[in-house]
Design a protein. Structure first.
Length: 655
């Protein structure tokens, strides 16, 4: 006997409560047999009561004989009708209005069939023939009442009786958002016996919901009442169940809850299965700095993305990196036929495999894990020839500005030659589309990393235009996606600040006024998939990254999020600009430099275009100089090919 059952015994629960518990924790077959037997009993009882009513409760009438003559007809037709209307597939715990409507229809159809059989005719005479019509009406009433009552009994018990009598309750919890997500959370809380979280109410800004109940839990008011509701109801946990909330209102809710001394603040998890979102308590996440700074409302055309990816062979380079890993995870949700993960770092590839095995166990035979270097033209061609990808996401790149200032030749070989190898293989093996992930640092670059990404953009765009003009045979379309910083990526400012805070500070910021555009990785990658599915060719898409954020303000919020006071508990230290660093970043997202698309957060950059053959010839000396580690030649050639490049690194300026 399990512990949960023992708790019923020890708490003196009634026989009926224990029976309900047993029934809710049995197999599907056991529940089916229970309902069949219960329904047969209800049919017998209903018919008996209908005879009693018809004969004005005269107990001298031989009811047993009457029942024996007609009972078989009632059982067969009613059970048959219940089966046709799928009454036995109803989820007992979550019976709803649609289920009750099916029960009504099943009972009405069964009674009408019985009534028709009872009508006199000249062809045959049945035991049911001539039965009074009043009996069918009364029998239908009793059957409907008992059948419906049995189906809603668990819902009534779980949401009214047990909730009022449960002795061990979890944290008193306020849920913000009374929509589908909030409803799923209440279900999961009840399923777990309210052991971890006990809902005291909802808050929702929909005035039509205020005062209503969701599974017995009341919507107490609008979100603006958060502080008052917390203090009046001794709330110790807040769950924000609004997936579409962006960072500004989320930050306000978080700060209001913290001000009210709430110790536990959770948000709903990222949703990767967009068709069947699984919201549960075990997936709830703590509020992170990424949520408070970069979380945005990103609506994309999931059906269009599914049409683009479903059943396709997809390859992702740099699959173990921050962006590549998220692209891979999101692609998995859209049913690719094959997904090839190309990565130079075997450890990251292994870790990604473990993550995907946990999130998408059903795709174990679909995903291929391939080690390799995009600089190796032979290896790239080998992988393309073996797997024949139809869609290619190119996310492999060197991205850290200071490191690339010290290693400019490697930046060129990975970001330029690597991109050329992937683009050429996509053309050779007839991929439908290649999507390159670029950066805002490619706009008026002040560092080698940004300049190398701009060179890759030029090559990708010019090759696409070369194909579209018919100058080289091929069907591959090329697009580039360009966006700013993503929060939480490997080696970015957020992990560095987090590590500094854990060590007690100081938190180092290069300049008090330095600003950056930020977006969370999942939202940025969602826009990458949307842009990829749009159907463009030889275009550079830029993303609306929202409002730029001061890095110093980001540092302050991270210190506060960790429970410390900035400049008191943990100092902020300004260290001066790093090599190649800008005060402000550009993404060309204003209307003067871009054209709109069907998505409000995606625009097309009006970038200068190049002739492919001329550019291809001009870039060869740069690649040769990079292989020879001739840094002065590399810098001179970069300046020639990217005239807008203005080095801010003192030693490169002198080259």
């Amino acid at each position: 006997m399990n512990n949960s059952y023992d708790s019923f015994e020890k708490s003196g629960r009634s026989f009926w409560a224990r029976l309900l518990y047993d029934l809710t924790h049995t197999s599907a077959l056991s529940r089916f047999l229970f309902f069949i037997l219960a329904d047969v009993f209800i049919i017998i009882l209903s018919l008996y009561l209908s005879f009693l009513v018809h004969f004005d409760f005269n107990f001298q009438v031989p009811y047993a004989e009457l029942l024996r003559e007609v009972l078989l007809f009632f059982i067969v037709l009613k059970i048959g009708s219940f089966t046709v209307f799928r009454i036995y597939r109803i989820t007992w715990r979550y019976v709803g209005v649609a289920d009750l409507l099916n029960i009504v229809l099943a009972v009405v159809i069964a009674e009408m069939a019985l009534l028709i059989l009872s009508l006199p005719n000249s062809f045959f005479h049945l035991p049911i023939t001539g039965l009074a019509k009043r009996i069918f009406l009364v029998d239908g009433f009793f059957t409907l009442a008992f059948i419906s009552g049995l189906r809603v009994s668990k819902k009534l018990y779980m949401e009214v009786i047990r909730e009022k009598t449960v002795t061990h309750k979890g944290k008193r919890t306020l849920i913000i958002g009374a929509g589908n997500t909030g409803e799923m959370l209440i279900r999961d809380m009840a399923r777990n016996g309210f052991a971890d979280y006990y809902p005291i109410g909802f808050l929702d800004d929909d005035r039509m919901k205020v005062g209503t109940y969701v599974h017995g839990v009341k919507v107490l008011g609008k979100v603006a009442r958060l502080g008052d509701v917390i203090s009046q109801n001794q709330v110790v946990a807040v769950i924000i169940a609004i997936p579409s909330l962006n960072h500004q209102p989320l930050r306000e809710l978080y700060e209001s809850a913290r001000k009210s001394k709430v110790g536990t603040i959770k948000v709903v998890p990222r949703i990767y299965d967009f068709d069947k979102p699984d919201i549960s308590l075990k997936g709830l996440e703590d509020i992170s700095i990424e949520d408070l700074v970069g979380r945005q409302v990103i609506s994309v055309d999931y059906r269009g993305i599914r049409d683009f990816l479903e059943g396709k062979s997809v390859l992702v380079t740099g699959a173990g990196g921050s962006i590549g890993m998220e692209i891979v995870t999101q692609v998995c949700a859209f049913g690719p036929r094959r997904l090839v993960l190309f990565e130079i770092d075997e450890t990251e590839l292994h870790n990604l495999g473990l993550r995907l095995g946990r999130l998408f166990p059903h795709l174990s035979g679909v995903i291929e894990y391939v080690t390799g270097d995009v600089r190796d033209e032979g290896r790239v061609r080998e992988v393309f020839g073996k797997y024949r990808p139809e869609i290619v996401f190119h996310a492999a790149a060197y991205k850290h500005v200071p490191l690339m200032e010290e290693n400019p030749c490697e930046a060129i070989l990975v970001n330029v030659r690597g991109s050329m190898n992937v683009a050429e293989a996509s053309l050779r093996y007839r991929a439908e589309k290649m999507i390159m992930v670029s950066t805002d640092k490619a706009v008026n670059p002040t560092n080698i990393m940004g300049a190398s990404k701009r060179l890759a953009e030029i090559y990708i765009q010019s090759l696409g235009m070369h194909i579209s003009k018919g100058k080289v045979p091929g069907c591959t379309r090329y697009i580039t996606t360009r966006f700013g910083n993503v929060l939480g990526s490997n080696g970015s400012v957020v992990p560095r600040f987090r590590e500094q805070i854990e060590k007690g500070g100081p938190v180092t910021v290069t300049h008090p006024e330095i600003t950056r555009y930020f977006m969370t990785i999942p939202e940025a990658c969602r826009l990458v998939l949307e842009a990829a599915a749009m159907g463009g060719d030889s275009e550079i898409y830029v993303f609306d990254m929202g409002t730029p954020v001061k890095i110093s303000e980001l540092a302050r919020r991270m210190i506060e999020l960790a429970g410390y006071q900035p400049d008191t508990d943990i100092k902020i230290k300004y260290t001066g600009f790093r090599p190649g660093e800008k005060l402000y970043e550009e993404v060309l997202s204003d209307e003067e430099n871009t054209l709109p698309t069907k998505h409000p957060k995606i625009r097309v950059a009006q970038a200068r275009t190049y002739e492919f053959e001329a550019f291809n010839n001009a870039v060869e000396p740069l690649l040769k100089a990079s292989r020879q580690v001739d840094i002065p030649a590399v810098v001179r050639l970069v300046r020639k090919l990217v005239p807008e490049y203005k080095a801010q690194n003192s030693w490169l300026e002198k080259v």
